[in-house]
Design a protein around this ligand. Structure first.
Ligand code: NI
Length: 179
């Protein structure tokens, strides 16, 4: 397994829509393993393919003792509301409370191409929603109110100066208006 470079806010690939995976090749299995390894090394609970510069619809999640590689994940059921403080490996040191569904069920293909369903609450639910957002070019910052997002971006403007070693630290992009 290898550790991959993580793209940080400003890298255009974080804003790209991913492509459905039609065939889980050995190379994609290796990618999933490398992403799990990278997630662990970065002490994260999830990592999506665009964060390592890839456009496949693939994310890995590791919450408590549950670890998954999910290809083409889709939320098929949501219930309730929860507010959770989130961060992102692509936006180091920036944290904010985000409103999410309290419980979700996700359908995906596992590493063997088998259809699986994962149901999560609390951190796992939040993580699944956060990672699936990544697969559609969306970041947790987009889900904040304008004021909170501005505060988060101010923090990032300072923090990003400490991350020149990470891949592609580019000027901060314009975020879309209020969502
Ligand atoms: Ni993230």
């Amino acid at each position: 397994m290898a550790r991959l470079d993580i793209h940080v806010l400003g890298s255009p690939i974080l804003r790209q829509e991913t492509e459905l995976v039609t065939h889980i090749t050995p190379e994609l299995r290796r990618l999933a393993d490398d992403m799990l390894d990278t997630m662990d090394a970065a002490k994260g609970v999830g990592l999506a393919a665009p964060q390592v510069g890839r456009i496949e619809r693939l994310t890995v999640v590791g919450v408590d003792d549950q670890r998954f590689a999910l290809f083409n994940p889709e939320i098929i059921r949501r219930e309730g509301k929860i507010r959770w403080e989130e961060g992102c490996l692509s936006i180091p040191e920036v944290f904010a409370e985000v409103d999410r569904s309290a419980e979700v069920t996700v359908r995906a293909l596992d590493i063997d191409g088998k259809v699986i369903e994962v149901t999560g609450t609390e951190l796992l639910a939040v993580c699944l929603q956060h990672e699936i957002d990544h697969l559609h070019g969306k970041l947790f910052l987009d889900r904040l109110s304008l004021l909170k997002r501005r505060a988060a971006m101010r923090t990032w403007e300072e923090e990003k100066l400490q991350y020149p070693k990470l891949l592609r630290v580019l000027p901060v992009e314009d975020l879309p208006p209020e969502v």
